[in-house]
Design a protein around this ligand. Structure first.
Ligand code: ADP
Length: 184
C-alpha cells in the first residue's frame, strides 16, 4: 500500500508517519529529511535545497522529483511505503503518478492532517529546528496554501483522500490514522 501524508508545516506528519511505518512494517520516506541530510553533508544538492528551505520556500519541483525518483526502489514499489512531505504540489503529484504507474502501482490513500493554525505555530516554535523562525514559518504557510492545498482537490477527485483531525495528542491522532488505514 502506498500512502501519502499531506499537511501544513508543523502538523505532525513526520511523527505520525514514523508510527504508522512501524505499525505497518513499511519504509517511510521524508523529503524534508532527505534534504536535511544533504544540507548537513554540505553537498551541492544540499546547498541548492538550503537556499530555498532557509527562506521558507519549497525546493523546486524538478530537484525534488529527482531525489524521490532516486530514493524509491523495488522494495517500496512491491511492499509499499509512506511518503511524508511528497508530493507537495500538483506537478509533483503528477510526476509521482507517472513513476508509480511505470512500476505497476499507484497511490492508495492520502491522509490529510488538519490542524488549527495557532497550534501549528506553537508546535513549530517548540521543536527549534533551524528553519522554524517566525518569518520562515509565515512563508511556509503561504507556500502551503498556494502550492500544496490544491493537492487535496486533486486526490479528492480520485476519492482516495481521508481528512484526519490532527489537533489532539499524538495517540489520538494516530488512532484516527489507523481508522482511515483500516477502512481502505
Ligand atoms: P515541514 O512539514 O514542517 O515543512 P519538512 O521536514 O517536511 O517540514 O520539510 C522541510 C522543508 O523542506 C520544507 O519547508 C520545504 O522547503 C522542503 N521540502 C520538503 N519536501 C518538499 C517537497 N516535496 N517539495 C519541495 N520542497 C520540499
Amino acid at each position: 500500500m502506498i500512502i501519502v501524508f499531506v499537511g501544513p508545516p508543523g502538523s505532525g506528519k513526520g511523527t505520525q508517519c514514523e508510527l504508522l511505518a512501524k505499525h505497518l512494517g513499511v519504509t517511510h520516506l521524508s523529503t524534508g529529511e532527505l534534504f536535511r541530510i544533504q544540507m548537513e553533508s554540505g553537498s551541492e544538492l544540499g546547498r541548492v535545497a538550503a537556499s530555498f528551505i532557509d527562506h521558507g520556500n519549497l525546493v523546486p519541483d524538478h530537484v525534488t522529483i529527482d531525489i524521490v525518483s532516486e530514493s524509491l526502489g523495488e522494495a517500496q514499489f512491491n511492499v509499499g511505503c509512506l511518503l511524508d512531505g511528497f508530493p507537495r504540489s500538483v506537478p509533483q503529484a503528477q510526476a509521482l503518478d507517472a513513476l508509480l504507474a511505470e512500476n505497476g502501482c499507484k497511490v492508495d490513500l492520502v491522509l490529510a492532517l488538519d490542524v488549527d493554525r495557532d497550534i501549528l505555530v506553537d508546535r513549530m516554535l517548540e521543536r527549534k529546528r533551524k528553519d522554524d523562525t517566525l518569518e520562515t514559518i509565515q512563508q511556509r504557510f503561504e507556500s502551503y496554501e498556494q502550492l500544496t492545498r490544491p493537492l487535496l482537490d486533486y486526490y479528492q477527485n480520485r476519492e482516495i483522500l481521508e481528512l484526519v483531525d490532527g489537533n489532539g495528542s499524538i495517540d489520538d491522532v494516530f488512532e484516527g490514522i489507523q481508522k482511515a488505514v483500516t477502512a481502505t
